[in-house]
Unconditional design. Structure first.
Length: 288
């Protein structure tokens, strides 16, 4: 699942043939609000922004829901709001608020039982049984590898549909974690962090059912726009960049927009089913 911060990029993910799209919490904060990834967006803001993305594509979209925006009751409301806006799943993490990027120092964890209570409340709040509640644990950095396994198994017992072990540090840790935790697993292949960058096939062989690339596209685009702005300031013209731009025609095709048509009719319903069943062996766009 490539990560995206907006709906136009999500459409590109869908056109490229991916089965699902990931909505990065860091991406939403960085790209939309110009803020660091420290939990500054509210539930309503995340639900609104993620909802734009979910409605723009037919493939399932899952979103980073940080710490669930409060205690167990808030975690339940988070699921309600995300389901209502068209998301197919989310992950909740066991950090204290204010949270930090999972690959940075300075994190603090809530107690295992407090996180388990959030998971139970989130699962109980689901109206769609296919909505995916993923429990993320940041405990590898603070409680070592064995602590991450213990927490993950506690979260599975609490009802989590899948587990996201953040910031594992070696290929062997990814392998051993999959041996010890009997649940669908998500691997985070973020760049410049603590985890080795393993390929999709290798992670699948190790036992991972989902792989996210949360900020890759955002980083590529920011690098390109930074270079463009410096060149534009220096030369005063964009002529040298035309062959590097998406054309108007390409954008309109991406948006399913025909300027000659009487009106645009590309709206999609948030109620459109987008099942995301990682426990199934069947792999289709609706069931992966």
């Amino acid at each position: 699942m490539p990560g995206v911060p907006n709906a136009s990029m999500a459409r590109q993910v869908e056109r490229a043939g991916f089965d699902a799209v990931y909505i990065s919490g860091a991406g939403l904060a960085n790209c939309t609000a110009g803020l660091p990834d420290v939990g500054l967006l509210t539930l309503n803001e995340v639900a609104t922004l993620a909802g734009f993305i979910a409605k723009a594509v037919k493939i399932p979209a899952i979103v980073d829901a940080d710490t669930g925006f409060g205690g167990a009751e808030s975690a339940g409301r988070t699921i309600y709001e995300l389901e209502r806006t068209g998301l197919a799943g989310c992950h909740l993490e066991d950090q204290e608020f204010p949270k930090r990027c999972g690959h940075l120092a300075g994190k603090r964890l809530v107690e295992t039982e407090e996180m388990s209570a959030k998971i139970r409340a989130a699962v109980a709040a689901k109206s769609d049984p296919n909505f995916l509640v993923i429990a993320r644990t940041d405990s590898r950095a603070l409680e070592n590898f064995d602590g991450a396994i213990q927490r993950a198994n506690a979260y599975v017992a609490a009802g989590a549909d899948a587990i996201f072990p953040e910031a594992l540090q070696t290929r062997e840790e990814f392998r051993d974690f999959a041996k010890e935790v009997k649940a669908p697993l998500l691997a985070n292949m973020t760049e410049f962090g603590k985890s080795p960058l393993l390929g999709l096939q290798e992670l699948g062989d190790l036992g991972y059912r989902m792989v996210i690339f949360p900020q890759s596209a955002f980083r590529v685009s920011m690098k390109a726009t930074g270079e463009f702005f410096r060149a534009l300031k220096k030369s005063g013209t964009q002529n040298d960049w035309l062959d590097k731009m998406q054309t108007r025609k390409e954008l309109y095709e991406l948006l399913d927009y025909d300027p000659a048509a009487e009106s645009w009719t590309g709206y999609r319903s948030a109620a459109e089913p987008k099942a995301f069943n990682v426990k199934s062996e069947t792999r289709t766009q609706e069931n992966i």
